[in-house]
Write a protein that binds this ligand. Sequence first.
Ligand code: PEP
Ligand code: MG
Length: 327
Amino acid sequence: QAEAESRERALPARIRDGHVVAIGANVNNPEQVPFALDQGAEGVGLMRTEFLFLERGETPGEDDQYATYRAMLKALDGRPLIVRTLDIGGDKQVSHLRLPKEENPFLGVRGARLLLRRPDLLEPQLRALYRAARDHIGPGAPAGQEAPLLIMMPMITSVPEVLRLRAITEGIRAEIGAPPVPLGIMIEVPAAAIQADALARHCDFFSIGTNDLTQYALAIDRQNTELAPEADSLHPAVLRLIRMTCEGAARHGRFVGVCGGIAGDPFGACLLAGLGVHELSMTPRDLPGVKARLRAAEMDALKALATRACDQEDAAAVRALDPGEAA
Ligand code: PEP
Ligand code: MG
């Protein structure tokens, strides 16, 4: 029985007409990888590296980070690993970094904005990542690349940010002598979703952070419990931003993932697949339910569902389209 369930969890999220959605886990350290794989993860779609900083109470050095990234690649045994560079600010404060207090931290120096101002944080992290890419030997490496590693930048708002980060990463890659590593960006600011076509020209992939995209699109602090019921990622305005992101990416042949909470909701996953998302990454315990639901779906029906959802007037009307587990 347990073995049959484990076999089923390992099956791909192949929609009935053959379309496959890649399924990743949001995992922050190598110890969490075995459980994620057992739940059916095909790789790690989001490694939040701020946990390396939060858990230790001090800034991890380059060698420390290198050891962690190597251990992640080893635990994944050839499966892809998307590492997000440090995303500090907003709800993620790290006291030992002694960052200036801000009136509105969610609208302040966080994510890529901090990385661009603090080479002392960005550069050791990139060096550790490129050393891991260079030194990892094992299966699963894409052509011309030794490790199945992808690097992703958080909280991108503009093309110049991407150009500056690309130049910095390329400089470090050359210095380390590492192979090329795909460089992606998080789409979690409405401006980035609206300008997805321009951003897609300058990066290799997108991952939509629906937690922040919802917060910024609806102007609801993601930590405000009073407003939590209204902070629904299935709000049609958020879905339209996701649709714009997929359209912009498609124009340049880029891959789009989603790593926010809604990817782990079976109905949300159906809508995202229907909107054209290629990969969903979620907390490991959500994996079996999402995969089972996608396997029971049909792509034309998901596309029609996504179109209808974008045309609804509010999130409640979108949720009312959920045909339930039987679909
Ligand atoms: C998001 O914003 O949806 C996301 C995945 O990033 P985080 O929750 O770490 O901000
Ligand atoms: Mg985010």
